[in-house]
Design a protein around this ligand. Sequence first.
Ligand SMILES: *Cc1c(COP(=O)(O)O)cnc(C)c1O
Length: 361
Amino acid sequence: MIRYENLKKVNEATVPNFKKVFSSFWNSGSYILGKHLKTFEHNFASFLNSKYAVGVNSGYDALFLSLKCLNLPKNSEVIMSSCSYIAALNAVLANNLKPVLVEPDINTYTIDPNKIEKKITKKSKAILITHLYGRSCQMDQIINIKKKYKLFLIEDCAQSHGSRYKNKFTGTFGEFGCFSFYPTKNLGGLGDGGIVTTNQKKFFKNLNYLRNYGFKKKNFTEIIGFNSRLDDFQAAFLNKKLKKLNSMNKHKIKLAKIYDKHLTDKVVKPAPSENGENVYHIYPIRYKNRKNLINYLKRNKIEVSCHYPVAPHKQNSLKKIINKSFLISEEIHKSVISLPISFSHSEKDIRLVCKIINKFV
Ligand SMILES: *Cc1c(COP(=O)(O)O)cnc(C)c1O
């Protein structure tokens, strides 16, 4: 049996180091906004070569609070991909902003930079990109558009911890990099968590106020804030796991190369990645008769997943609000299957998955 994911095994490598720091955390008696959070924020920012990082409750909160920081007029337009996870769309709507969807590139699954300019209007204020499945978006073109039209740029990096575009880390191109530490992510915690990276001091300060009820000084609020603090417990664990991020990503990249090489071309494999632009949060393939292949794999004791079976704009919660077709995104959502590619898998596991799929198609 090859499971899709085994988080206990993934985290086992971090546990011995965490146990040591856990007793210091426990003995401190300080669990919120304490020294472990400060240390982790510092280390996460340095890892990416970003000036600042602010720990929050989740990847969603990272997106929501970043948009809140910009204080944009109601109904300002935010350009984003029609092929993504639902979090970014919900965060835009919760800020009373208007999502303007752009189709993805069918080869990379990230926003198609050639289709952005057509969607820009006087009300466009920001671009919110998702480095989907672990692959960096095509940043040269996106940065040019950002500059030309003076748009803010928010990066959803919930699937791209450690991925780089031309050697620069995702999460450092725009005003904000928004990361999730949901347990299955490339850098996953032991529960919920998230972080925002930024290079601007004013945003750093504002995010600190917003995540803590708007307190600027103890007991005095100047703005209306929220409660979204990353727990010291999670920060202490993540700080130890961060040291392993590069090697965990390298392992996933190695497994991806096995799929690239040995898996039949009768399924659509991800476009090649040579320079660390893809850290393979997942390994998505596409196959028309998805259901049959998934059932066949189940019979052969291989567990797969699907990110995601339904496009966000087709969800019942959103289809009335968006009310348009995005055929490329729909095509991807209809046919995508996520194959096992965890730090917990061996090269042998992956070769077996290849062999079994190759027999089917
Ligand atoms: C997981 C994920 C999020 C949300 O993160 P949470 O921590 O679960 O709130 C946002 N965007 C993308 C692309 C994700 O994969």
